[in-house]
Structure formats: C-alpha cells, structure tokens
Design a protein around this ligand. Structure first.
Ligand code: HEM
Length: 492
C-alpha cells in the first residue's frame, strides 16, 4: 500500500514536471508579444499599485526595461504606453472618434468635482459650450484683444516683493501668473484672493487623478470655498458694468441655461487647464536657469537689450507688451529656453480610450489596439532620446534658437516635440502659455537680481534644482520649493 502511494506521488511529480517543461518550451518558442507586457504577479490588479503610487517614476522604469512602447494591466484596464516619435504621432493624429479623449476629460472632472450627478452636464458645458469660446479667445487674434492688462497685473504683484530675503520661488512666480491669467480670461471682477485655495486643490490633483483614496480633507474644503467664490462671481454678473471678458462668459452660461452649480465647476475645470502646466513650466524655467549661470546671464542680457531697444523703457514694455511684440527675434533665446523647459518637463501628456479595434504605427511595426484599451502618451521617450536631442537629458537654453527666427512655436518645427499635444487636441492655450511665461520672465528678471538660498546642510557647493516628484501629472512637479533672495535692480 505504502509503496503504491509513493509510486503514484512519484508519477504525479514527473507528470507535473514534464507539463511545466513543455509549457515553458512552448512559451519560449512562441513569438514575443508586441508591445511587450509589463510583468505582474496579480491578475486583474496588475501594476495598478505601482501606477497609483508613483506613476511617472514607474513608467520611466518600464520604458528602460521594455522599450519605447509597452502595455500594462492596471485594475482590469489594458493600458498601452507610447513614447516613441512615430507611435506618439500616430496616436495624436488618429481619428479622435476611434481614440477618444472623453475618458480623460471625465477622469479630470471626477478628480476635481465631487458631485458625480453633475459630471455629464459639466462635460457637455466644457466640451461643447466653453471649448469653442476658448478656440476663439485663445487664438493669436483673440489674445491680442484680451492680453493688454496682463503685464500690468503681473507687475502689480511682483513690485511688492523687493527687499525680501527668503522668498518662495514657486509662489513669487505663480501668484503673479494666477492674477494675470485669471484677469485676462475671466475679467477684472474675478476673485483673485482665491490663490491659496486654488493651489491647495491643484497640488492634490496628481493624487486625485490616480484615485488615491486618502487625499487630504483640506484640499476638498479648499475646493468648496473656491466653488462658493466662483458661484458669487457668476451670480454677480452685470452686463452694464462688467468688462467684456467677464460678460461674455456669464452671458454664455445664461444663454444655454446652465445651472450655477454646473457653471461654477466648469469654470474651475478651465482654471485647472489654465494653470496646471504653466505653473510647473515657469518654475522649472527659473530653477534650471538658476542652476546654469551662463544661460541665466545670456537670457537676462537678451531681456535687458530687447526691452531697451524694442520698447524704449521698462514702463513702455508694461504698457505695450502685446502678443505680437513679444513673438519677436529680440526674445529668441527666452523663447527657446521656454520650449526647452517644456521638452524636459513634460510627462504623461494625454490618455485616449479606444472605441473600436484599430492599429497604430510605430515605424515599421503595427500596434494592435482593441476596443476598450487605453492609450497613454508619454513623450519622455522621445524628448529625452539622445539620438533625437543631443545631450537630451540636459537643459540647453538655446537649443531652439534658430539662425532666423520664424515664430514662437515654429522654432520646434523639425523636432519631435509633443509638449503641447497635437492634432485635434492640441493645447488650446499654447500661445497664451508662452506669452504669459515670457512676460513674467521679462518683468521678474528686469526687476530683480536673484540668488538661491541653500537648501539645508550637506548639499553640494554648486546649487542644484530640486528633484522632480515621481507623482507628476502632465508636467513634472517639483518635490520641494526653492527659496531665493531678491535684490531690486532699480528703484520702482
Ligand atoms: C506650458 C503650459 C501648457 C502645457 C505644457 C500644456 C499642455 C497641453 C497638452 C499636452 C494638451 C493635450 C492633451 C491631450 O492630448 O489630451 C493640452 C490640452 C489643452 N490645454 Fe494646455 N497646456 C498648457 C497651457 C494651457 C493654458 C494656458 C490653457 C488655457 C486655458 C490650456 C488649455 C488647454 C485645453 C482647454 C486643452 C484641451 C484641448 C482638447 O482636449 O481639445 N493649456 N495642453
């Protein structure tokens, strides 16, 4: 009896062993899947945890291990991540009905707006009522009409700073931008004292987008206060006294009978698009210039020269800093430094959901996409590729400065540049973003001499910018702030 039990056990072990050998043999001879699959032990859950707790770091590691296009499973979703120039171009220019951005808009709405019963109406308001207005207002022509107060609004904030010796670089850059951009997009009656609440909410956005369940209560409270202020702004509309910018927004909501709850949340969503990337780009522009003293001096010299030669004086610049005046060869290096910052600071720049089976191209290869798959665009694989961008991991301020200036964004022609998206969903605020950052940099660098304040003991003698956060959305968030001393360059 004992003997026969042993024989059965031995035979079973041999059968199992043989089965394992045969399976692994078959697996090793089967053609590898393309795009390769990120290995994970957990069915359905897949890589969801790595994805949620440090998306941008996790994707960077996967790219090193699996190459420029790969797929991963996260919470039952198959996500194809594209990072090569061809695959990014193919996704960007695919039919927007086949690769739809709707899920991305919805995830943004649910991250920022709590009441889910309102989400369909908010989406409809943004995509069908507000986007057409933005297309007009944020076109080069439309911006000539609304940007004149911008430089003054920025200057009025910045002139309060001189004489301070421990200034937050982030806040000193972002608060003036917040005031200027809200002023030109929503008019002079917009509640500008909402800075604290808005950025408390915005700083929680990467966690909210990943659906991390424990984002802080303070950010939700900040959101509720902010919505009350935006509702008051919308309810206080008065066509007789409002400037035309504010009046056209409120008239739009009235014309379409959009309830105030929906209108306020839609304005919050537009505020998020308006500021979420611009504030990171402006921060890194300054941080990387501070770390590169020769680039810093070259940009500052260009600004001093251009303000003198093109405008005559700083005060004339404030009065006449139009979009057209700034899209000029006189600011070619500053323009290039801004584009270079965008190249280096862009992380995941868009998500699409496949509404049908389709294929996208990656050079000679085709990538099959099945209905229900998600496609995530992560241009870092292209933007940091040293074959495409020599010294691609370094900040080279003059990289996009051409021998003959052809226009702000034209400077990226010929480069694989995806920082502002492309195709039907190209960033609507691209001209405004570049204009905003230029004006802010010109005023800031004209007004102040800046030195960075060391960040604690034991740091290297050469100042280094802060580390990027592994949990970034759209553009890299800094892990920490930078503190600077500001010395006035002339008496205001
Ligand atoms: C440097 C700053 C900015 C960067 C890097 C940036 C980047 C982008 C990118 C990559 C997209 C495409 C997303 C996708 O393909 O799904 C996008 C879309 C968009 N951006 Fe920007 N953006 C910036 C500033 C702005 C500003 C100032 C506004 C003004 C409101 C704005 C409004 C929008 C809107 C409304 C869309 C959605 C377009 C659509 O889905 O059709 N952006 N942005």
């Amino acid at each position: 009896m004992t003997l026969s039990v042993w024989s059965i056990a031995q035979i079973s072990a041999m059968v199992v062993g043989l089965a394992i050998m045969i399976t692994s043999r078959i697996r090793s001879t089967r053609a590898p899947t393309y795009p390769p699959k990120v290995r994970s032990l957990l069915p359905w859950v897949g890589s969801a945890l790595s994805f949620v707790f440090g998306q941008s770091n996790f994707l960077a590691l996967c790219q090193v291990q699996y190459g420029p296009v790969f797929q991963l499973l996260a919470g039952g979703r198959n996500i194809i991540v594209v990072t090569s120039p061809d695959s990014l171009t193919s996704v960007t220019f695919a039919d927007h009905r086949a690769l739809s951005p709707c899920a991305q808009h919805h995830s943004h709405i649910s991250a920022l707006c709590s009441d889910s019963s309102l989400h369909p109406q908010i989406y409809d308001t943004i995509a069908h009522k507000i986007f057409p207005v933005l297309d007009r207002r944020l076109s080069k022509r439309g911006l000539e009409d609304i940007t004149p107060p911008f430089a003054r609004l920025v200057f009025d904030k910045l002139k309060l700073l001189p004489g301070r010796f421990h200034v937050s670089l982030r806040r000193s850059l972002i608060e003036p931008l917040f005031a200027g951009a809200n002023g030109v997009l929503f008019g002079s009656r917009f509640p500008q004292d909402t800075y604290e609440d808005f950025f408390t909410l915005l700083d929680s956005l990467p966690k909210r987008l990943c659906k991390r369940p424990f984002w802080s209560l303070p950010s939700s409270r900040a959101r509720d206060r902010l919505l009350r202020r935006i509702s008051d702004y919308l309810e206080g509309a008065n066509a007789a006294v409002d400037d035309h910018v504010a009046a056209s927004f409120t008239a739009l909501f009235r014309e379409h009978n959009i309830p105030i709850k929906v209108a306020a949340r839609s304005v919050l969503m537009i505020m998020s698009s308006l500021h979420q990337n611009t504030v990171n780009i402006v921060f890194w522009l300054f941080a990387w210039l501070l770390a590169d003293s020769s680039a810093f001096s070259a940009v500052r010299d260009e600004i001093d020269r251009a303000v003198g030669e093109e405008f005559g004086s700083f005060q004339t610049f404030i009065a006449e800093a139009s979009l057209e005046n700034l899209d000029s060869p006189a600011f070619a290096l500053l323009n290039s430094a801004i584009l270079e910052t965008m190249r280096l600071a862009t992380v995941q720049s868009g998500m699409r959901e496949a509404t049908c089976d389709l294929v996208i191209k990656d050079g000679d290869r085709t990538i099959p996409i099945r209905k229900g798959d998600y496609v995530l665009l992560d241009p870092r694989g292209t933007h940091l590729d040293k074959n495409l961008y020599p010294e691609g991991d370094k900040f080279v301020a003059g990289r996009f400065a051409e021998s003959e200036y052809r226009g702000d964004l034209a400077a990226t022609t010929g480069y694989p540049f995806f920082a502002l998206g492309g195709g039907k969903h190209t960033c609507k605020g691209r001209f405004l973003a570049i204009y905003e950052i230029k004006v802010l940099a010109i005023i800031y660098l004209s007004l102040f001499d800046i030195t960075s304040v060391s960040r604690g003991e034991g740091l290297p003698p050469v100042w280094e910018p802060p580390e990027p956060s592994g949990q970034s959305a759209g553009t890299v968030h800094p892990k920490e702030d930078v503190f600077v001393r500001l010395y006035p360059r002339f008496v205001l």
